[in-house]
Design a protein around this ligand. Structure first.
Ligand SMILES: *Cc1c(COP(=O)(O)O)cnc(C)c1O
Length: 374
């Protein structure tokens, strides 16, 4: 059994995928080919924002968004303590200070009340300027944007949606990657919409910010002249081959994959409900199920269950074994905070195989083994 069955997906998409990739190779338009612009238009329309700017990966997408708003030394940027490293890494790379905020015990996403207390703490210390919030759509579930947008507005904070795991999710009829002031995503192969290598994108409704990011991701070039460099930038583009791959994948995602991954989550929920701690999707929210993550009572039981699953040929993953404030890279931070929920989750979470091609038989096998190990 595969944790995320990309081989099966390729078998299904093979005829169209091979044609799309071969086209790029015969045209030799490897960088900034027409497929890149066409994909950006499709992605922006799907998400429901004015601009999509593709780039080399989801980490660069975050850095580009943060650079475009001039985030830097002296700024406090509030980041969930329970996330992938990039969400905080880019903040620190720009010289700003990540301030880790605890997550909600049910959604695992940034807790708006914990954000308000973290803001109070930073203000009381008076050393940093509260500047921005990075809200992550963890495991495919959009963060609580109605509440976060309110807190951000009341406190004059920029709100950045890290939608690396969130693409395809919704709150009501608003799609993930359309929340806050600016949003980013990743096309790493295992994400809800993945390519065949690294890729990422930034989404915004702001014309000026979009133009600035287009410049930043190609060495700070001017709009019309590649060899007229107005500012320092990066080299962060999505390869034409990856755009061609994503064009095929986005069609499958829209036509059936997103529905099928939700059906797979339902299969797990039907088998596990009432028997262990399963993920909850709040009323009005829709998840793209980057992960289906259950909780075990404690670290010892979790590790024993994972070993038992492994013996039965069932892969599982621990996202994440270590929270941000415990990472060695952030050892010297002043604002490491106190994040008991995040710390507990690192010891109890276990993510099960999850992808659109998961069958009823797979769900029987995973849940049967899981329940017998409890
Ligand atoms: C994967 C991920 C990223 C980074 O994306 P890359 O494309 O791997 O650089 C950022 N934030 C979160 C929450 C992620 O899961």
């Amino acid at each position: 059994m595969q944790f995320r069955d990309l081989k099966k997906q390729y078998q299904v998409l093979k005829p169209r995928m091979d044609a799309a990739v071969t086209q790029v190779m015969s045209d030799c338009n490897f960088i900034s080919g027409s497929q890149v612009k066409a994909l950006e238009r499709r992605l922006a329309d799907y998400v429901g924002v004015k601009h999509c700017i593709s780039c080399a990966n989801g980490t660069d997408a975050l850095e580009l968004a943060e650079r475009a708003y001039g985030i830097g030394p002296g700024d406090a940027v509030f980041v969930p303590d329970f996330t992938f490293f990039s969400s905080a890494e880019t903040v620190a790379d720009l010289g700003a200070t990540p301030v880790f905020v605890d997550v909600d015990p049910v959604s695992f996403n940034l807790c708006p009340r914990a954000l308000e207390s973290a803001l109070d703490r930073v203000r009381a210390q008076g050393k940093l300027r509260p500047r921005a919030v990075v809200a992550v759509d963890l495991f495919g579930l959009p963060a609580d944007f109605p509440a976060l947008e309110r807190v951000a507005k009341e406190n004059g904070l920029l709100l950045i949606e890290d939608g690396a795991q969130g693409f395809g999710g919704r709150i009501g009829d608003r799609r993930a990657c359309s929340f806050g002031d600016i949003a980013t995503t990743s096309f790493f192969p295992a994400k809800p919409l993945g390519c065949y290598g690294d890729g990422g994108a930034v989404f915004t409704n702001d014309d000026d910010i979009a133009a600035l990011i287009r410049s930043l991701c190609v060495h700070g070039k001017s709009e019309l002249d590649k060899y007229n460099n107005l500012r320092l930038g990066m080299n962060s583009r999505l390869d034409t081959i990856q755009a061609a791959v994503l064009d095929v994948k986005l069609s499958a995602f829209e036509d059936y994959e997103l529905k099928k991954v939700n059906a797979a989550a339902k299969m797990y929920t039907e088998r596990l409900d009432g028997k262990l701690d399963i993920p909850v999707v709040p009323e009005g929210f829709y998840s793209s199920w980057a992960q289906y993550t259950v909780q075990l009572p404690d670290r010892e039981k979790r590790d024993r269950v994972q070993a038992g699953l492994r013996e039965r040929g069932i892969p599982s993953m621990i996202y994440y074994p270590k929270c941000m404030h415990q990472q060695g890279a952030f050892e010297k931070l002043l604002y490491r905070g106190d994040c008991p929920v995040s710390e507990r989750l690192c010891g109890t979470v276990l993510s099960l195989p999850m992808h659109p091609y998961l069958t009823e038989e797979d769900a029987d096998q995973v849940c049967g083994a899981l329940l017998s190990l409890l």
